[in-house]
Design a binder for this molecule. Structure first.
Ligand code: AMP
Ligand code: MG
Length: 537
């Protein structure tokens, strides 16, 4: 065999660039005390060293994209990835941003525990920013400690990679390092603080700039900074729009809206609930960013949110995500108003969000169901879908299993109700319901569905392939992540490695992973981390 053309480099040999730093204004102060940082896009800050950094997980696919070999569990690379060592050429910083949290302007927030190491070129020549999350205090830490717990770091690490392999635009995660230090958290903010192991994730994205980076400049009347940041984002990340200027700004906003529409449609397709869609958690590149108290639908439920902090208002529940993204884009439009100064253009941009989301979501739903959008014979396009949603909601039905198994439902005309229902049985939390009224209602719906499929006339192999490519078999179920976390807390990362591997191919049948294609067990229904998550991380 020939030697690989591009052998992987050791992490320590990476050449770091700092284009963001060179292009945008720095905070002139360097003291790490929580404070306002007027006129700055970022503050220089070095990660705070940790007691015993140990690499416990590594993404091979991302390592390959970046051209980096997996480092040893302990040693200089693990020290860098845990925040204990800085390599020559790194100009480490925390970014300044603001944000609307739960509908209200929250002022300056900023990277309170994320520290960027620098930018590198990946094997495709694309610039990628490497950022440590949980790397210690910054001027933006406010009242918090700058650290992250192992449980939330495992969740961010696994979910970033799972989302990428599902085809959902996302920031990524290269490594997970246990710090060997404890962190104190009051998980449910109820006066019961406990110590938990700490960890640091190395996140990777072309940029971590958020809507909130623009909002803080607009709110503080820092017009020159607003323009400089917009110009930088356009030149670096939207070069196809040409040189920054009034037209490019308007096109850029419309493109952010379009990309956000694509991202949200994907979230809805795979059953992902972000949980904290504040504007500081919205990427300017249309990537899923900041994995906190996110969750995956198990029972299909439009009103479900994993975030206990949001349990009352359900602002960020599954079914609200499309509207919230629009609301957030409207805040971004407000922040960019002085730059674009054309209300019509901003309105048109927001409209392109609506169109983008609706077109993508409709196409994805058609793929999920294996129906065509454009058939003339289709007399009831809308009610077929909305009636299904009602049925799924009325009887607790596992979203992933239902859609994955839908491709196995026989659609010939003369099939019995029992035969139509059979492939779907395991999606139901209460199997008895299928022998009762809910089963009859679903069988009636399946008859309509079968007629629709026959009328479409698509060859069944093609249809099945289309459905399997839209309906993942393996997602990062909340309780499955929790089992991996439980073991990791005991020093055993085997489940993390296994999940990483299975979730690399979420649409493939993987018989050895049958236990991961399963309804949530009863013990997980009310266990913290399995169905309810707090922002405490
Ligand atoms: P989030 O809702 O997790 O995206 O965080 C909102 C803000 O709180 C961001 O500015 C975070 O950097 C900051 N933050 C969250 N947790 C911590 C922490 N443990 N230490 C410092 N800042 C934090
Ligand atoms: Mg955040």
């Amino acid at each position: 065999m020939n030697a690989p053309q591009n052998p992987l480099r050791p992490f320590e040999s990476l050449e770091f660039d700092d284009l963001f730093v060179r292009s945008l204004p720095a905070d002139p102060h360097t003291h790490i005390v929580s404070r306002q940082a007027p006129n700055a896009a970022y503050s220089f800050v070095t990660p705070t060293p940790v007691a015993a950094p140990r690499l416990i997980a590594w993404s091979d696919p991302l390592g390959a994209l970046l051209g980096i070999a997996q480092p040893a569990a302990a040693g200089s690379a693990a020290e860098v990835l845990g925040g204990s060592r800085v390599l020559p050429g790194m100009k480490t910083y925390a970014a300044r941003y603001g944000g609307h949290q739960f509908g209200h302007w929250a002022g300056q927030l900023g990277d309170g525990r994320a520290i960027t190491l620098g930018e590198i070129l990946d094997t495709h020549g694309q610039r990628q920013e490497l950022q440590l999350k949980g790397a210690g205090s910054t001027p933006y830490s406010r009242h918090a400690d700058g650290r992250a717990v192992l449980r939330s770091s495992v969740r961010e690490f696994l979910c970033s990679e799972a989302m990428h392999h599902l085809g959902v635009p996302s920031t990524r995660a290269l490594s997970l390092v246990a710090t060997g230090e404890d962190v104190v958290r009051d998980m449910f903010y109820d006066g019961h603080p406990e110590t938990e192991p700490g960890a640091v994730v190395c996140r990777v994205a072309p940029s971590f700039v958020r809507f909130g980076n623009f909002e803080i400049f607009a709110a503080e009347n820092e017009a020159a900074n607003l323009r400089a940041l917009a110009d930088w984002v356009i030149r670096q990340h939207y070069p196809e729009l040409g040189e920054p200027g009034p037209h490019a700004y308007a096109d850029w906003f419309a493109e952010i809206c379009r990309r956000t529409g694509v991202m949200i449609a994907h979230w809805m397709r795979v059953g992902f609930v972000h949980g904290v869609m504040n504007t500081d958690n919205m990427s300017i590149l249309g990537l899923t960013i900041d994995y906190g108290p996110y969750g995956w639908l198990e029972g299909f439920d439009l009103a479900w949110t994993p975030n206990t902090t949001d349990a009352q208002g359900r602002r960020y529940c599954y079914g609200q995500q499309p509207q919230i993204a629009h609301w957030n884009l409207t805040r971004l439009a407000g922040a960019l108003y002085d730059l674009i100064a054309d209300e019509e253009a901003l309105r048109a941009g927001l409209e392109s969000y609506r169109i983008s989301f609706e077109e993508h979501w409709a196409a994805m739903l058609a793929d999920k169901l294996g129906i065509r959008l454009d058939t003339e014979t289709n007399a009831e396009p809308d009610t077929l879908l909305s009636d299904l949603f009602t049925l799924l909601q009325e009887t607790e039905t596992d979203m992933t299993i239902f859609f994955r198994r839908l491709a196995d439902v026989p659609t010939d005309a003369d099939v019995s109700a029992a035969a139509r229902l059979a492939p779907l049985r395991e999606a139901f939390y209460d199997a008895a319901a299928l022998d009762d009224q809910p089963g009859r209602a679903l069988a009636a719906w399946l008859n309509r569905y079968a007629k629709r499929v026959s009328a479409d006339g698509e060859p069944s192999d093609a249809r099945r392939a289309r459905m399997q490519a839209a309906n993942p078999k393996y997602v990062l179920r909340n309780w499955i992540a929790q089992l991996a976390i439980d073991d990791a807390a005991q020093g055993d990362s085997a489940k993390i490695q296994r999940l990483l591997r299975v979730l690399e191919r979420p649409y493939d049948e993987q018989p050895e992973a049958a236990d991961l294609f399963a309804r949530r067990p009863e013990w997980a229904r009310h266990r913290a981390g399995c169905s309810a998550l707090s922002c405490s991380s």
